[in-house]
Design a binder for this molecule. Structure first.
Ligand code: NAD
Ligand code: UGA
Length: 454
């Protein structure tokens, strides 16, 4: 079988590398219009940082895994086509700021139609609004030939930083197909592909619309947990309850469960906000304004948490950060990735620069992206990979990504090179606060009582 994936990004690249590794008899080709990205996939400097990915890619590259910019030939030769292009939030026209921008996806559909002379199974891998498969089918069926296209939904649930483990041993694989003979045959072909390495009882089949909606719902539920614990973190700070203790206490209830209850500076990443806004827009489109308002709150709470973090920094530092040096530890939206899309660090850095602070950003993987994200204010920002150097002369350190390396730093050394009084704002609750306080820092964590010498 020939498998093609259109879109060589955070999802297309790792997902196809895993299929190629697990199914050596299947030829897997990944295509993209971005030639630089494709070149990087062919090299040992992959275009994305993801632990373990290079080993998986190297295992199959040149054997049954290929990267190319020739989208047309890829389509012509494929039996099964995964569409894994970006579906960002629309920035213009109707639904701007909320609806999914489907222009890349639609271009792909038309390109598939134009280059197909044999039947294809077309698999939606991108996250899309419910009922997009119907639009996809309509475009594909608009041709004059007698080629048959069967559209399936197969959303991806991997998380960045753990993509390889998530792909190797997924909680479930979801496949949505139509309840027709051809639909079920296509579903079976995709089930068989995954069943090579995923236990059959974890491969779930549903109708197409349930599959499309489940992807948006899963992200909405995960983000809702983060917003819920973050909302309580504000109440903890006001009442001397400790959010980590509250999370532990509620998480031990097996109905609630312990995961995704870490209070933080807010969730980031390319998808949570985008997918919830997409859900909100969909609900509004169907006239379900109360449902839309309910989910909108998850996003609003996330913005509140980021704003609250900066407001607290300013108020603790004697109501001004103008002219003060602030070292940001971590710019990626979470640890173990270089991805900075929607990272809380972007909004926090911008607010601090607006307050006329001198911002020094440190991160082991994300400095290149940081430079790009803040390109319009780079004259006010310094990038410094070494966290000790970043802290030199700083009035405060703000930890915005929970990289292991920050917990392991020699904070006596950090304290020595900082201005006094020295402040630490731990936006990820990943440091030993008592130890920092004993060294002499004034420590402010999320959802915990302040440890201050002042
Ligand atoms: P990405 O931006 O990293 O990659 C998308 C790629 O598609 C880009 O390289 C772009 O050049 C390419 N592309 C766009 N139009 C094209 C075209 N017409 N022909 C060929 N290539 C084209 O995006 P991503 O993070 O991989 O996300 C892709 C989809 O998967 C999105 O819908 C996203 O919501 C979803 N998703 C992402 C994640 C994640 O962790 N990033 C997880 C699950 C689902
Ligand atoms: C998330 C989902 O976990 C994946 O299942 C999904 O496939 C993906 O979105 C997607 O559709 O793109 P990802 O964004 O890579 O994956 O990372 P998460 O681990 O979910 O973290 C998202 C954000 O929430 C991060 O900023 C993280 O720091 C934050 N978070 C997470 C918290 O603040 N607290 C927590 O307890 C957990």
């Amino acid at each position: 079988m020939n498998v093609l994936c259109i879109g060589a990004g955070y999802v297309g690249g790792p997902t196809m590398a895993m299929i190629a590794k697990q199914c050596p008899d299947v030829k897997v080709t990944v295509v993209d219009i971005n030639a630089d990205r494709i070149e990087a996939w062919k090299s040992d400097q992959l275009p994305i940082y993801e632990p373990g990915l290079l080993d998986v890619v190297k295992e199959s590259r040149g054997r049954n895994l290929f990267f190319s910019t020739d989208v047309d030939t890829g389509i012509a030769e494929a039996d099964m086509i995964f569409v894994s292009v970006n579906t960002p939030t629309k920035t213009f026209g109707q639904g701007a700021g909320r609806a999914a921008d489907l222009q890349y996806w639609e271009k792909t559909a038309r390109q598939i139609l134009a280059n197909s002379t044999s039947d294809k199974i077309v698999v939606e891998k991108s996250t899309l609004p419910v009922r997009t498969a119907a639009a996809m089918q309509r475009i594909l069926d608009s041709g004059s030939g007698d080629v048959h296209f069967e559209v399936l939904s197969n959303p991806e649930f991997l998380a960045e930083g753990t993509a390889i483990a998530d792909l190797e041993s997924p909680d479930r694989v979801l496949i949505g197909g139509h309840d027709t003979a051809r639909g079920q045959k296509a579903v079976q072909a995709l089930v068989d592909l995954y069943a090579t390495w995923v236990p059959r009882d974890r491969v779930l089949t549903t109708n197409v619309w349930s599959s499309e909606l489940s992807k948006l719902a899963a992200n909405a539920f995960l983000a809702q947990r983060v917003s819920s614990i973050n909302s309580l973190s504000a109440l903890c700070e006001a009442t001397e309850a400790d959010v980590a203790e509250v999370a532990r206490a509620i998480g031990m209830d097996s109905r609630i469960g312990p995961r995704f209850l870490n209070a933080s500076v807010g969730f980031g990443g390319s998808c949570f906000k985008k997918d919830i806004l997409n859900l909100v827009y969909l609900c509004e489109t169907y006239g379900l304004t109360d449902v839309a308002d309910y989910w909108q709150q998850v996003v609003s709470m996330n913005a509140y948490q980021q704003n609250r973090f900066v407001a607290n920094m300013i108020s603790q530092m004697f109501n001004t950060v103008a002219g003060k040096v602030i070292a940001i530890y971590g710019f990626a939206f979470k640890a173990d990735t270089g991805d900075t899309r929607e990272s809380p660090a972007i909004c926090i850095s911008r607010q601090l620069v607006e307050e006329r602070a001198e911002v020094v950003i440190s991160d082991p993987q994300a400095l290149e992206n940081a430079e790009h994200d803040l390109s319009d204010i780079m004259d006010r920002i310094r990038l410094e990979k070494d966290p000790y150097e970043a802290a030199r002369g700083a009035h405060a350190v703000a930890v915005l990504t929970e990289w292991d390396l920050y917990a392991e730093l020699d904070f006596e050394r950090v304290f020595e090179v900082m201005m006094k009084p020295a402040f630490i704002f731990d936006g990820r609750n990943c440091l030993d606060h008592k130890k920092l306080f004993d060294i002499g820092f004034n420590v402010f964590a999320v959802g915990k009582a302040a440890l201050s010498h002042l």
